[in-house]
Design a binder for this molecule. Structure first.
Ligand code: ZN
Length: 433
């Protein structure tokens, strides 16, 4: 039952406040209403004398900030269908599916999301519904719909524009409707009528968006599935490069250190989206076990594996160069389902982050990437009381982020449902991928 106590005091074997230091052994977090009141050693943190306080101890556990996922697609199902097909569904159905995804994601410990590509106003309506108390979900940083070219990737979501006047106008329209940031599609992608290795917008069109967004204090992020898209994005001064494929026009992979250096110089964040390839590979590997694969599917499996290897290597180099690489899952794109954000963080650890750096990539650094660092992402007095408790120590083994004991959202402990329903959310790994 939700507690009506004014204060909640939780203690555990350790607290990771995600400010960059070592875990605090035998730590405590005190929440007052929806905010964090104090963080420290268990013997030092106390509710005021005589205050109503709910106390819980979590032996063998770690307390850390709720996770921040910088890249979601709440409209989707994560069942392999393309965005083209998703966009054929009515907005009402997409909004209901988004509500289901939002709940699943929140229960997995994700307390803030940035949505990267819904159709029309579906996510604005979901946020309205959450604000009205009809349903629950994480804090949401919304783009409305992506800014795309005619026939380009994600144009089917309702945000096509041509020329700098139209891209500027669409930016104003999205801000009028309630957009918190602007998502731009700078290259093609999986959309059938798009060209993944070619740029979509010209630089003047991109610059009109980034100028206008900056004027209103909004961040920008570009889907960039090729080198030309990354270069154009940097010319336009975007704040985050998504996917960040070092891929030439002819489809060959080529890690361009000069481009990576520019990303670093401009201070742009990078969201590599690694798990989305692995999820496809897992799906196909499971199918191979169950019923075998066609020649086409075998080729897809080989391609997904090869792509993952290349992308891991490129991400490793970006991490070594000190670029600001953060966690953004890209679920439910392709076969990657909401509620599985931890797989993306795990792959960033494979690519070279320490487990603690992995934790920061999905908490404080992710919050900084969304310009939310004053509200969420660390455990500090005055911040929102979005708090995750996991069994084990994720600073030693990042997989312990899966072992959620409790999630507190705005100071309230969530009733997350049965162990069976929670376990069913996690997508199974596949052998040999
Ligand atoms: Zn995406």
């Amino acid at each position: 039952m939700p507690s009506d106590d004014q204060f909640t005091l939780i203690t555990a074997d350790r607290v990771i406040d995600a400010r960059g230091g070592l875990p605090l052994e035998r730590g405590a977090v005190l929440m007052e209403g929806s905010k964090i009141a104090a963080v420290g050693r268990a013997e030092d943190v106390r509710a005021p004398e005589g205050a109503a306080v709910a106390v819980s101890d979590y032996p063998g556990c770690t307390i850390l900030p709720g996770m921040v996922d910088c890249h979601t697609h709440h409209n989707g199902f994560g069942d392999g269908r393309l965005g083209d097909d998703l966009a054929l569904l009515p907005d009402e159905v997409l909004t209901l599916q988004s509500a289901r995804n939002a709940r699943v994601s929140l229960y997995s410990g994700v307390t803030t999301i940035r949505e990267n590509g819904p159709k029309n106003a579906t996510m604005f309506r979901l946020r309205d519904s959450i604000d009205a108390g009809l349903t629950i979900g994480p804090r949401m940083v919304l783009c409305g719909r992506p800014v795309a070219i005619i026939g380009g990737h994600m144009g089917y979501f309702g945000g096509e524009a041509t020329g700098p006047i139209e891209t500027r106008a669409l930016t104003r329209q999205l801000i009028k409707e309630g957009a918190d940031y602007i998502k731009i599609v700078a290259t093609g992608g999986t959309t059938r009528t798009s060209f993944p290795t070619l740029p979509s917008f010209n630089v003047d069109e991109l610059r009109a968006v980034t100028d206008e967004a900056r004027k209103f204090g909004k961040l920008t992020a570009t889907h960039s599935a090729s080198l030309a898209g990354i270069a154009n994005s940097l010319d336009a001064g975007v704040d985050m490069i998504i996917h960040c494929y070092y891929r030439e026009r002819d489809g060959s992979d080529n890690f361009r250190e000069d481009i990576a250096e520019r990303i670093g110089q401009q201070g742009a964040f990078v969201n590599p989206t690694l798990q989305v390839s692995r999820a496809t590979a897992w799906e196909l590997a499971h199918k191979r076990e169950a019923q075998g694969l066609s020649a086409d599917e075998r080729a897809q499996l080989d391609e997904a594996r090869a792509n993952l290897e290349v992308r891991l290597e490129h991400t490793r180099r970006m991490i070594e160069m000190g670029l600001k690489v953060i966690t953004g899952s890209d679920s439910s794109w392709s076969s990657y389902r909401l509620g599985n954000t931890v797989y993306e963080t795990e792959l960033l650890v494979h690519a070279g982050y320490t487990p603690m750096q992995g934790i920061l990539s999905v908490t404080s650094r992710a919050a900084a990437a969304l310009d939310m660092a004053d509200k969420v992402g660390t455990l500090e007095p005055g911040k929102e009381a979005d708090v995750l408790v996991v069994r084990g120590n994720p600073a030693r083994d990042i997989d312990d982020l899966w072992n959620v004991a409790d999630v507190f959202f705005a100071g309230r402990k969530l009733e997350r449902g049965s162990d069976e329903s929670l376990a069913a959310v996690r997508q199974p790994r596949a052998q040999g991928v």
